[in-house]
Design a protein around this ligand. Structure first.
Ligand SMILES: *[C@@H]1O[C@H](CO)[C@@H](O)[C@H](O)[C@H]1NC(C)=O
Ligand SMILES: *[C@@H]1O[C@H](CO)[C@@H](O)[C@H](O)[C@H]1NC(C)=O
Ligand SMILES: *[C@@H]1O[C@H](CO)[C@@H](O)[C@H](O)[C@H]1NC(C)=O
Ligand SMILES: *[C@@H]1O[C@H](CO)[C@@H](O)[C@H](O)[C@H]1NC(C)=O
Ligand SMILES: *[C@@H]1O[C@H](CO)[C@@H](O)[C@H](O)[C@H]1NC(C)=O
Length: 944
């Protein structure tokens, strides 16, 4: 800590005028990618801020892997001059300056300046855990507000479009379109000419329809035409033609865009937000094979309300924005209020991590032969978004376990229909004693249970823990009752196998013998079974599993404690070993408390030392796995340590990774704790593990006193010996998956709880926000960071060293004003900005990068095959060394003139030429961004 005079001096030297001027809390969190629209496994659109540019207004949004651009542009016209607020088809100075970005669990909010106008753009991806019609409607919003900074009225028009890139990962796919007017809305619909059901190409689905819509608004005009035509029309007239071209074609290379614009007249300030709704709808969503081998097509849950009448759904979506926004604000404030009791960094993490968890789910219902949906037969599927080729697994059990805290926190009732298909698939597999790992290798085909004996303890433990957690948090015992025989079969397997895991692997692909963390998961699974039995009145079983669990945990404790009694070993008998004992989190979550407090106290002190000497981004999973860690498992561990400062150190390591925009990519689960390099799970569900602390707090502090919640259930069907009790799929069992009932109950409980907490939370939030700002002004961090090149805090979205320095940091970055994104000094402005620097790059190495991407694919396949057959320790150590990003290939910093492109040539050309040229430039930029994104593809995963 420097004495005040010195830091004040430094602060004065560093702080720019802009920071002082900045009104909203200055931005302190700079993730490498910002979520824009995440509503389903096939609708996950991000802004990748490390594309060598400012966020927004300068680059194209991309699909989660950042390999495919999702054409989405926005413009504002101020007194006849047009500025881009999204998309890369314009160059500075005709783009808005982004001055701030704030994240909440449901929103990403940009503040920008366009000439005299202060513009706010809000991307809202609703999270509606208690209303499954709304949750399953795959629409999100982008909304525009503006206020004149000079207090004067200005003539304002605003425009936005999407392209058909939303429709397919194969850009040569042919598309067609239409534009419709309903009583409430205008919407454009884009269809594939030949959709292929349940097929994915480059992770995008090949069977959906895309929508761009707006509620009927005064001054609204629309157009479907070539990009340059529509955008040029807007730029020169401030309105569109209300016409659509019918030259149906492929998605690219000629880009058709689907635009809607509003002329706001001469205003000083928008009176209401201008809001577009973007949708990507698949119906059916899942191809589901039942335990009986019957294949059903399942539809999104919203068909229970809207059937196939998309127009009605869109009217509800567009008209529903004000309410959706109010709900989102209440939801966000409740979460942020609670998270801020832990730490400001934790607030950032809960804000970044939730959309991708919720967006990994498809909530479905079957439809009968006459097309009527069966609302009482809900199934939810999770996609292992972020997995490598060919497609993500269906309902991966260890990801469900990782995401459990978030799901329990937002609405525990979501877990029942998520687990039900896994249980239904295994009820009658009586010769398989352990639990499956998923329901299929390639989403959206839920082909049936797939498991491996090697992950027996891992997945069986995960299932029993998840099942009891659902019952305990929801009070709904129907699932454990219906599948009681199955749970007993699994518990018996754990009793026999958990203590000394042999030939067993974790889902992280670790296969050493005697993993203490795996053993304790199995043992907690046995204890969970005791509680399941007790909840169902099966007291004899309960006592039996209780005594098994206590015998096992006794042996485990003596085997797992280090000789000097100071910590838990990672592997029995190896005194040098340790591990993140994240599975003990389940013991706390379930309230089973079989692991002694004293042991955890010792472990806390041990972690404290470990954290002192740790990597910049956290702690590896254990001493054998190499440089591998996970967001979820570190956050589980953070929730079991007995000391708030140790807890906060874990949070800070994870936060450092989340805030690291030197490693390009969407928010991952697994990464290298030394370099931050991504290993797996980008944009995937496991980040729900961040809610570990909130889920425990709910148990502890909620008004609804969940710890005392009575689990209500009918006795297990074991006793009745009734018919096909576990069979699902027919609506006959009206207790099964009656989501209406359980959702209703939860709405009362959770929303009541959240509502009350929201009020308290808001106060705390505002207070902490103030304090954060104050803290920040102390500048300690900045000073430290100046001295330490590993601190990514000072690398807001600038010219990005990530392109050249994927895994090492090179020279310290110059201190920058973290309150604004642009232009700390002239040279970096030029680097970011101009086409003339980007375009020549293009000619140089598309071939190289294509080839390397193929090679990577090959490597990855080999790796996956290896991983599948590997039984030994992890092979992940090499992940970073074979990273495709090779230094030096992407030097954008070379000097170059800013002439060329549209800047200077524009003046001497006719308007048509300018448009043509602009199209050219745009296409080049697109290709450029695709190529770069290609290079930025994360390294192969270590886990399948
Ligand atoms: C711009 O608008 C945002 C959002 O309303 C506000 O927080 C900010 O203070 C405004 N900026 C300026 C410079 O007025
Ligand atoms: C962005 O900021 C620069 C420097 O302050 C300014 O010259 C430029 O006009 C701004 N651009 C817009 C669109 O407001
Ligand atoms: C799902 O199954 C269909 C055949 O029913 C197949 O055409 C499709 O490629 C599969 N999807 C994936 C992602 O593998
Ligand atoms: C459960 O197991 C018991 C005894 O093994 C058997 O009688 C009963 O039918 C089973 N229940 C179901 C639903 O399979
Ligand atoms: C910016 O827009 C103006 C018209 O509004 C145009 O004359 C100029 O060429 C544009 N500049 C660039 C770099 O695109």
């Amino acid at each position: 800590m420097l004495p005040p005079p010195l830091w004040m001096l430094l602060w004065c030297a560093m702080a720019s005028v802009a920071l002082v001027r900045a009104q909203p809390p200055a931005q302190t969190f700079f993730p490498a990618a910002l979520p824009l629209s995440i509503r389903s496994p096939h609708m996950s659109v991000w802004y990748a801020s490390s594309n060598g540019s400012q966020p927004m207004s300068h680059s194209w949004p991309a699909f989660w892997g950042l390999q495919s651009i999702m054409g989405w542009s926005g413009k504002i016209r101020v007194d006849g001059q047009t500025f881009a607020w999204m998309g890369a088809d314009q160059a500075p100075p005709n783009v808005t300056n982004v001055t701030n970005v704030q994240l909440t669990p449901t929103r990403t909010i940009f503040t920008m300046q366009a000439g005299p106008m202060n513009v706010t753009i809000t991307f809202l991806s609703p999270i509606e855990p208690s209303d499954w019609v709304l949750q399953s409607l795959p629409f999100s919003y982008v909304s525009f507000e503006a206020t004149a900074l000079d207090g004067q009225p200005h003539s304002i028009q605003v425009y936005s479009d999407i392209s058909a890139e939303w429709l397919s990962g194969d850009r040569s796919s042919l598309v067609k379109w239409s534009s419709q007017s309903t009583s409430g809305s205008r919407y454009h619909e884009i269809d594939l000419q030949t959709p292929q059901p349940f097929v994915e190409i480059n992770h995008q689905a090949q069977d959906g329809k895309a929508y761009y819509a707006m509620a009927n608004t005064a001054g609204m005009t629309w157009q479907i035409d070539q990009d340059v035509t529509s955008r040029g029309q807007f730029a020169s007239h401030g309105s569109l033609t209300n016409t659509f071209s019918t030259s149906f074609a492929s998605i690219s290379p000629v880009f058709t865009v689907y635009g809607i614009s509003v002329d706001l007249g001469t205003i000083q300030s928008t009176s209401a937000p201008v809001t577009w709704a973007v949708g990507y709808v698949r119906n059916p969503t899942i191809q589901y094979t039942t335990a009986d081998g019957i294949t059903e097509k399942l539809s999104p849950y919203f068909v229970t309300q809207y059937g196939t009448n998309v127009g009605a759904a869109i009217d509800a979506v567009t008209a529903g924005y004000p309410d959706a926004l109010q709900r989102a604000i209440a939801f966000d404030e409740a979460i942020i209020g609670n998270a801020s009791k832990i730490s400001p960094h934790y607030v950032d993490l809960v804000s970044l991590g939730l959309r991708q968890t919720m967006g990994s789910l498809d909530i479905t219902v079957p439809t009968s032969s006459d097309g009527t949906p069966n609302a009482s037969d809900v199934r939810i599927f999770m996609k292992d978004v972020g997995a490598s080729s060919p497609s993500g697994r269906v309902s991966p059990v260890e990801r469900i376990y990782a995401a459990l805290p978030a799901l329990l926190y937002v609405n525990a009732s979501l877990i029942k229909p998520l687990l039900a298909p896994l249980l239904d698939a295994q009820d009658f597999l009586t010769d398989v004693p352990y639990a499956a790992q998923d329901l299929g290798a390639a989403y959206p085909n839920a082909t049936g249970a797939r498991g491996s004996a090697a992950q027996g303890i891992e997945q069986t433990g995960n299932m029993l823990i998840s099942l009891y957690a659902h019952a305990r948090y929801s009070g709904d015992g129907s699932l454990i009752s219906e599948h009681y025989n199955l749970t007993k079969r699994w518990a018996d397997y754990l009793v026999a196998n958990s203590l000394t895991p042999n030939n067993q692997m974790t889902a992280d692909d670790e296969g050493n013998a005697n993993m203490t963390n795996l053993a304790i998961k199995g043992i907690i699974g046995v204890k969970a079974m005791a509680e399941i039995s007790r909840a169902l009145g099966q007291d004899v079983d309960a006592q039996q599993y209780d005594s098994h669990a206590s015998a096992l945990v006794g042996s485990w404790q003596s085997l797992a404690t280090s000789a000097d009694q100071n910590h838990i070993l990672g592997f029995y008998g190896n005194q040098q070993s340790w591990a993140l004992m994240y599975n003990i989190y389940a013991d706390r979550l379930l309230g089973t408390n079989i692991v002694s407090q004293m042991l955890l106290q010792g472990e806390t002190a041990f972690y404290q030392d470990l954290l002192q000497s740790s990597r910049p981004y956290g702690i590896p999973l254990d001493t054998a796995i190499g440089e591998v860690t996970s967001i979820a498992w570190q956050m589980f561990t953070a929730a079991i340590v007995q000391d708030d400062s140790v807890r906060n150190s874990f949070i800070d390591g994870v936060w450092a990774r989340a805030n690291d925009n030197l490693t390009v990519g969407t928010f991952p689960d697994a990464y290298d704790p030394s370099t931050g390099a991504i290993q797996s799970g980008t944009a995937g569900p496991a980040t729900g593990g961040i809610y570990s602390l909130l889920a425990l707090k709910r148990i502890a502090h909620d008004h609804i006193s969940l710890s005392n919640k009575t689990i209500s259930a009918s006795p297990p069907s074991t006793l009745g010996g009734s018919g096909p009790g576990g069979q699902s799929g027919d609506g006959g069992n009206n207790e099964t998956r009656n989501s209406k009932v359980s959702v209703g109950a939860i709405v009362g409980g959770v929303v009541g709880g959240i509502g009350a907490l929201a009020i308290v939370g808001l106060g705390v939030f505002l207070f902490l926000r103030k304090r954060r700002r104050h803290d920040m002004l102390e500048e300690d961090e900045k000073i430290e960071a100046m001295q330490d090149p590993h601190r990514p805090t000072l690398s807001p979205y600038m010219y990005s060293p990530a392109d050249t320095l994927p895994h090492s940091y090179g020279p310290p970055l110059a201190p920058m004003d973290s309150g604004t994104f642009g232009h700390p000094n002239a040279s970096s402005t030029e680097r970011i900005g101009s086409n003339s620097l980007l375009v020549p790059e293009l000619a140089r190495d598309p071939l190289i990068s294509r080839q390397s991407s193929k090679e990577r694919e090959r490597e990855r396949n080999t790796r996956l095959q290896y991983a599948a057959s590997a039984s030994g320790s992890s092979n992940t150590g090499t992940a970073s060394s074979r990273d495709p990003l090779s230094p030096g290939r992407t030097q954008f910093s070379s000097s170059g003139s800013r002439s060329g492109a549209s800047g200077t040539t524009g003046t001497s050309l006719s308007p048509t030429d300018v448009l043509g040229l602009r199209a050219e430039v745009e296409n080049l930029r697109r290709v450029m961004q695709e190529i770069r994104a290609d290079r930025l593809e994360p390294p192969p995963e270590y886990a399948g």
